[in-house]
Design a protein around this ligand. Structure first.
Ligand code: NAD
Ligand code: AKB
Length: 332
């Protein structure tokens, strides 16, 4: 029987909890489901105090099935958010590691979900598309021939999650995230990381050298909307879900030139220049400019709250507050 995650999210495991998404998702889940009921796991210790001291933390390498079994048995988990992964730029530098973590790790988590009857959330990415995918209003179901190891693992992961749902009735769910923008935890080595770095550099130095061309348009989303998407999808009525594992979701698209122009409205003497990194540029050129997320809107009422302008304003405010803390001033 397919489980209703919304009704049964009682003991939640988060893998990759120290990462850009995991650090914020864990805190939100603890507020919502109780701090003792959310088990944060990673292969590194949390730097973030709130994450470290706010509830249980376990060392879990998703490539090692013994680690997973141990944590599943100790904690009686019923829901997993599997966020451990290697992102696109690091994946091109270390394709073998990307395969191990993204494929072997995912397979192990799917097996754990099957054996322990857990619901499982797995994020895919705009990286699951490639140069032959339609770039504008990229449909939910379309050509997927990515040219990166990251993308290959994301497409295979989407299919594997569909397979577990069809074959074993495992309650797998997921979205294709665009680049995510946040200020709590730095991004983990993706192609869209520039859209976070630019804010810190604008506030620290009033200038930024961008590794993508000024006209590289990519889908993006502010982290609070990404966190809502994950929780809303896991709480959604499964009877409404036609798709399951790879819902297109997006909030807005912009180029480096457009975000620089928006930042200039708040910091008039901010300047940007460009020193293109051919590896990340090629990846960005192979990804969509704007996704069609109508399936997510229809099947579980997905709707982002933040506009591009509201995101830029809030990012600048929050990072400015952060940079005023004495600890941050010592670093720079
Ligand atoms: P991140 O790189 O910030 O965090 C990943 C975490 O996984 C890290 O804390 C790392 O220590 C951990 N990890 C690495 N290898 C591991 C292993 N073997 N076992 C356990 N943990 C391991 O990544 P993120 O940005 O938080 O992304 C999380 C998920 O969301 C990934 O699947 C990623 O592909 C997807 N996603 C992210 C974005 C984005 O912009 N952040 C966009 C689309 C999709
Ligand atoms: C990356 O750039 O690798 C990620 C993603 C969009 O999947 N941020």
């Amino acid at each position: 029987m397919t489980h209703n995650a919304g009704g049964r999210m009682k003991r939640i495991l988060v893998t990759g909890a120290c990462g850009q998404i995991g650090s914020e998702l864990t805190t939100t889940l603890r507020d919502r489901y109780g701090r003792e009921n959310v088990i944060a796991t990673d292969i590194r210790m949390p730097a973030n105090e709130q994450l470290r001291d706010g509830g249980p933390f376990e060392f879990l390498d998703c490539v090692d099935p013994h680690h997973i079994t141990r944590v599943m048995q100790i904690h009686g988990v019923d829901t997993i958010f599997h966020l451990a992964a290697i992102l696109s730029a690091v994946g091109e530098a270390k394709p073998n590691q990307a395969w191990q973590v993204n494929m072997v790790g995912l397979y192990n988590m799917l097996e754990a979900a099957r054996q322990y009857h857990c619901a499982l959330f797995v994020p895919s990415s705009i990286g699951a598309f490639g140069p032959s995918t339609p770039k504008e209003k990229t449909p939910q179901d379309t050509v997927q021939r990515p040219t990166t190891m990251y993308g290959v693992t994301k497409v295979a992961g989407e299919l594997l999650c569909d397979y577990y749902n069809r074959r074993f009735r495992t309650d797998t769910r997921g979205v294709r995230f665009p680049g995510l923008i946040s200020y709590e935890t730095e991004p983990g080595g993706g192609t869209t990381d520039y859209a976070v770095e630019i804010f810190f550099e604008a506030l620290r130095h009033k200038r930024y050298t961008c590794y993508l061309r000024e006209d590289s348009s990519l889908d993006m989303m502010y982290m609070p909307d990404a966190i809502s998407a994950m929780i809303d999808l896991m709480e959604a009525d499964p009877a409404r879900l036609v798709h399951r594992n790879a819902f297109n979701v997006t909030a807005f698209s912009f180029t480096p030139a457009q975000i620089a122009e928006e930042i200039c409205k708040h910091i008039p003497d901010f300047t940007i220049d460009y020193k293109v990194d051919p590896v990340r540029q090629e990846i960005a050129d192979s990804w969509p400019d704007s996704l069609d997320d109508s399936a997510a809107r229809e099947e579980w009422d997905w709707k982002p709250r933040y506009s591009f302008e509201a995101m830029v304003e809030e990012m600048l405010q929050r990072i400015a507050q952060r940079l005023e803390r004495p600890a941050e001033q010592k670093i720079r």
